[in-house]
Design a protein around this ligand. Structure first.
Ligand code: SF4
Length: 336
């Protein structure tokens, strides 16, 4: 049998693994701090545990931190990394530096089975789920790991399709014994698997963003097939009725395509979906996928949408596209 990966275990699980009757909870926390805060990849280097425990661990476990296989740097300094799971499936991670805010966009699956029309990952198809350790490792192993301030689950995969590992990864990322990143700085995206969205809202404090694409069901079905199963209005109702606590952010991501979903009627449709709630709208320029004639809405049109939403009392912002030249921007991850 292979050795156990410690990366991906909670502090309690580490405690169970080393034997709570033989070692204290403080030893488990010392191990989790070494892995998640100091990013130690060699058990020998773990501090504040007895020599005997180190020797025992070395025979049955590894830290489980492994480096990316390759990287590519964009003109805007965004970096895309290629990883491979233990099972041999590839996935990508994007590091987005922006003054004091440095974000890692993590993948939750190799590929994706949701088949959204505006996304290269959907075309790549589904290859497999990532474990909690494989999700967290994306934050620990990149060269700029210590500068990371924000995490978005917007890389390859639909996070709600791998809920257990995503909830566990969120816990490790936000826990004091883990990476200790505030849940306010962690955002998980979804196209809306309704029962899983409800579970996520109950089980995690991290932010949630729903990818809308169109406020009109028939049009959304053509672009996000999951709309057939879980109508977006029902999901937004769940988000609206959820009692938001401690500044948790619930939002909608609206990818804007010129002459497709940026008409005045689309704008009114978005307003009617979210009005009277604390759900925010994040407008995202479309990044054209291969062999596609569609283009992003103009800057002016996006500003008009933002302004109209704000005037209607809805919080709205425009997200910049980063790493487009290396296919690292939203919707472009597909292992090239
Ligand atoms: S947009 Fe998200 S859910 Fe849809 S295919 Fe792409 S990765 Fe999957």
């Amino acid at each position: 049998m292979g050795k156990k990966n410690l990366c991906g275990l909670t502090s309690d699980e580490i405690s169970d693994f080393i034997g709570p009757d033989r070692y204290s909870a403080a030893h488990a926390v010392a191990i989790s701090n070494s892995i998640y805060k100091k990013r130690i990849s060699d058990i020998e280097q773990i501090s504040k545990i007895p020599r005997r425990l180190k020797e025992e661990l070395m025979t049955i476990a590894v830290c489980g931190i492994y480096m990316p296989l390759a990287s590519e740097v964009s003109a805007d300094k965004t970096v895309k990394y290629l990883f491979r799971t233990e099972a041999g499936q590839e996935f990508e991670t994007v590091y987005i530096p922006d003054n004091k805010r440095n974000t890692v966009c993590v993948s939750t699956q190799s590929g994706c089975r949701m088949g959204c029309s505006f996304c290269e990952t959907g075309r790549y198809g589904f290859r497999g789920d990532l474990s909690a350790g494989e999700i967290v490792n994306q934050l620990l192993s990149i060269p700029d790991a210590e500068k990371v301030t924000h995490v978005v689950f917007m890389g390859m995969g639909e996070p709600m399709d791998n809920l257990e590992n995503v909830v566990k990864a969120c816990r490790i990322i936000t826990a004091e014994w883990g990476l200790a990143i505030s849940p306010r700085n962690v955002t998980v995206s979804t196209v809306g698997i309704l029962p899983r969205v409800e579970q996520f809202l109950q089980r995690s404090d991290c932010n949630l963003t729903l990818s809308l694409f169109s406020p009109f069901p028939e049009e959304r079905k053509k672009n996000i097939p999951l709309e057939y199963q879980y109508p977006v209005r029902t999901i937004i109702d769940v988000m609206k009725n959820y009692k938001v606590k401690k500044k948790r952010r619930l939002s909608i991501a609206y990818v804007m395509v010129s002459d497709l979903n940026d008409s005045d009627s689309h704008l009114e449709g978005i307003k009617s979906l979210v009005k009277g709630s604390s759900v925010r709208v994040n407008l995202v320029p479309y990044n054209p996928v291969a062999n596609d004639q569609k283009i992003a809405s103009s800057e002016e049109r996006m500003q008009f949408f933002k302004h109209s939403l704000v005037v209607a009392g809805i919080s709205a912002s425009i997200r910049k596209s980063r790493g487009t030249d290396i296919s690292a921007a939203c919707g472009l991850l597909a292992i090239r």
